[in-house]
Design a binder for this molecule. Structure first.
Ligand SMILES: [Zn+2]
Length: 141
């Protein structure tokens, strides 16, 4: 995944296992803080992050046509911010990644899932706010 340095604008390639860690810009050596925003991922990125992440991963399964998904988006963004370094937050577009949706049996969206150690730990359909998501995630921290 790519993280852009806020100091010099360099695009740094971050291995999946370090996304939740503080790093350093390869160019100017400024600190690169842990991932604090949801990441839109395709199937290959999803699988790599689930396999390599040392922290729990929350996945937001969504689609552009889904009104409640749009309401969930700012909550998911707040969660990624408040739990940066402890959790990674991924977004999977269910229309673009139909194989993933089928694999996890996503029938209604928004649909949230938590993965740890490359295994699904929890899954729930329906809108949740960032506080509710934080409470659920606390079980895997
Ligand atoms: Zn830099």
């Amino acid at each position: 995944m790519i993280r852009i340095c806020t100091q010099c604008g360099t695009k740094n390639r971050i291995p999946a296992r370090y996304l939740s860690s503080q790093g350093r810009c390869g160019q100017c050596k400024s600190a690169l803080p842990p991932q604090a925003e949801p990441m839109d991922v395709n199937q290959a990125q999803f699988e790599e992050i689930l396999k390599e992440s040392p922290v729990p991963v929350l996945v937001d399964f969504w689609a552009a046509w889904c009104g409640p998904c749009r309401m969930a988006a700012p909550e998911v963004a707040k969660l990624a911010q408040s739990m940066a370094g402890k959790v990674l937050v991924l977004k999977v577009n269910t229309e673009e990644e139909q194989q993933l949706s089928a694999r996890y049996n996503i029938r209604s969206i928004p649909n949230f899932a938590i993965f740890a150690h490359d295994q699904m730990q929890w899954q729930q359909a329906g809108l949740l706010n960032h506080r509710e998501l934080e409470q659920v995630l606390a079980r895997w921290l």
